[in-house]
Design a protein around this ligand. Structure first.
Ligand SMILES: [Zn+2]
Length: 600
């Protein structure tokens, strides 16, 4: 079986796309859209260069909630017929466009619905500057189809160009070459020359300004946020250098960040050339920048070599967490990276408990057929994936492992890979028939078996061991204000807070808060961890801060555990519903889908 055949076969395996790329596939998109803030609608046209591989009479695109107005074929825009298939709640509707065997270009005129799940339209009050509206997209996993008719599978790659019309006082940016200044007509042109999967299509429009950080790096943010962001992310150029040292040249020209308003549902989204990032990492002390290392790492794992289906999500995230920690180790040393490993391991344990250690969703290779992929994408892909790669690294040594991963990225650059692709590459390039090594690596146990394999060794951290010592002395009666916490990073604080017992007295909470000012912390990781304790133990002094947090921050990773903790008691549930009613308009659809379900 040639690789081409197997890739084509696997393309049709994407159970989350209606597209039939082995018959007719899009290769380039020319997008031309207007951004209408008044009606919360994007309208315009998506013109595709296509390859009709089999002489088929139809090309299939994914859509969800789009109004398709007209379709054309050829450069001279000859009208053609189209139809939409039966709607599916999660997948949307296939769009069938009639083509001829020699058709090279298909143009679709369309508009989005105001409810398009990828789009979040913010009113001025929801931005940092409070003067102008703001729009951003979140296409991963299968939401690109809610704002572009597209073959929405990570196994399909396109290059694109775009022309976007926005109100003259706003700037538009995309996952592409970007403007650095507003223009008076509000028309912006973009180009993405490297082929990308659809989930990396991204657009944001707002009162944005640009600040250069290094020769290849910079930041877009609202004027009210740009100073803080430029300080926080001043080391992004160094990160890029560290990453290149490990896995070779950065392949996307520029690396810029876009700092979004707080409702952004994720920590970051690795949109190529322009990572979208939550402002909740603006801690004023550069303590949460491992998130940037993570998004940057995606420039290799995910964006360059892409998971072919969402069942292979660990190939994106496991590699990226592994690489993120390698970058952090390169920059700040092993002791620092060890702390991140332990925190990641704690998250993994928590996820295993929640899902149940024998749940099929705890396998690396997932089976998400019939489900919204977003539901099945958990810490398993990130942390278990990372620990599997670390496990291989330990088995063969870092030098050999690095050479192997470098070759993997080079071999599959700008392609999609599947779990099998990676495992075959692992067998042929690294295991090479060594039975003892194969047994040691234990593919079956790591990839296809739920939970953690027997041979798993939990990570440890010397700095956390000291935190544990400090914690024990507090338990033994040393007052909080006398504890040796000087020089602790936010990771040490987070570890300390996670060690606190479930049941605490008001006196204990007050003592800790008075000594360490957790409730007024500027660090969102610390806050979110602390609030879990204040909710559980009815510590009323934190209520106002908790409410403020939940009504401004839209990052799902923080919201879900806090709401879950709140609804454990009847009074808490009442409180949660009241806060949610007020906060919901500030959350992106990615977060409300999860929270509606939780709070229904
Ligand atoms: Zn990631």
């Amino acid at each position: 079986m040639t690789t081409e055949q197997s890739a084509a076969e696997m393309l049709s395996e994407d159970v989350h796309s209606f597209a039939r790329p082995s018959e007719a596939v899009a290769t380039h998109l020319d997008l031309n859209i207007d951004v209408d803030f008044g009606n919360k609608v994007l309208s315009g046209q998506a013109a595709y260069q296509i390859e009709n591989k089999t002489g088929t009479e139809e090309i299939v695109f994914d859509t969800r909630g789009l109004q398709i107005e007209q379709a054309f074929v050829g450069d001279d825009m000859e009208p053609t017929s189209f139809r939409l298939g039966t709607p599916d709640e999660v997948l949307g509707q296939p769009l069938f466009v009639k083509i001829k065997p020699d058709t090279r270009r298909v143009t679709i005129k369309y508009r989005t619905s105001p409810e398009a799940a990828a789009l979040q339209w913010l009113n001025p009050q929801q931005t940092a500057g409070k003067q102008h509206p703001f729009l951003f997209t979140q296409s991963q996993a299968i939401l690109a189809r809610t704002w572009i008719p597209i073959q929405d599978s990570p196994g399909i790659r396109i290059t694109y160009s775009a022309t976007v019309q926005v109100p003259a006082e706003l700037l538009a940016v995309m996952s592409a070459s970007n403007p650095t200044e507003k223009n008076p007509r509000g028309v912006y042109n973009f180009e993405m020359r490297q082929p990308i999967p659809s989930y990396l299509m991204a657009l944001s429009v707002g009162d944005l300004t640009f600040r250069e950080i290094g020769p290849q790096t910079g930041i877009y943010a609202e004027p009210a946020t740009i100073e803080a962001a430029a300080y926080e992310f001043a080391e992004m150029d160094k990160m890029l250098v560290a990453a290149e040292k490990i896995y070779g040249k950065y392949r996307w020209d520029r690396y810029d960040l876009l700092v979004l308003p707080p409702s952004f549902p994720f920590g970051g989204m690795e949109n190529p050339r322009l990572t979208f990032v939550t402002p909740t990492v603006l801690a004023k002390d550069r303590s949460l920048t491992s998130l940037i290392a993570h998004e940057l790492a995606h420039s290799w794992s995910g964006n360059l070599v892409t998971n072919g289906t969402w069942n292979d999500f660990w190939l994106n995230e496991g590699f990226t967490v592994y690489f993120e920690r390698r970058i952090m180790e390169e920059l700040y040393g092993k002791e620092y990276a060890d702390m991140l490993q332990v925190l990641g391991y704690q998250d993994l344990r928590h996820t295993l408990e929640e899902l149940g250690a024998d749940s099929p969703d705890t396998r690396l290779k997932l089976d998400l057929e019939g489900r919204d992929p977003d539901d099945g994408l958990t810490d398993i892909a990130y942390e278990k994936g990372n620990f599997f790669l670390q496990h291989i690294e330990k088995a063969v040594g870092r030098e050999r492992f690095d050479a192997f991963v470098n070759k993997y990225f080079a071999t599959y650059a700008f392609q999609s890979t599947y779990t099998d692709t990676f495992l075959n590459f692992l067998r042929s390039e690294l295991i090479q028939g060594d039975a003892a090594l194969a047994e040691k690596i234990n593919i079956e146990g790591w990839v296809y078996t739920p939970g953690l394999p027997q041979d798993f060794v939990a990570p440890s951290s010397d700095r956390f061991a000291k935190v544990a010592e400090t914690f024990r002395s507090w338990q033994k009666g040393v007052p909080a204000e006398k504890l040796a916490t000087q020089g602790w990073s936010s990771h040490e604080w987070l570890h300390f807070i996670r060690m606190l017992p479930e049941d605490m007295t008001q006196q204990q909470l007050t003592e800790l808060d008075k000594a360490f000012h957790f409730t007024t912390s500027g660090n969102n990781e610390v806050l979110a961890a602390w609030f879990l304790h204040t909710i559980r133990n009815n510590y009323a002094s934190a209520d106002t801060a908790l409410q403020a947090f939940l009504t401004t921050v839209g990052r799902r990773k923080f919201l879900v555990p806090l709401y879950k903790q709140l609804i454990k008691t009847p009074q808490g549930k009442e409180k949660a519903l009241a806060i949610y009613a007020k906060a919901r308009p500030n959350y992106h659809a990615v977060a409300t889908v999860t929270l509606d379900e939780l709070l229904k």
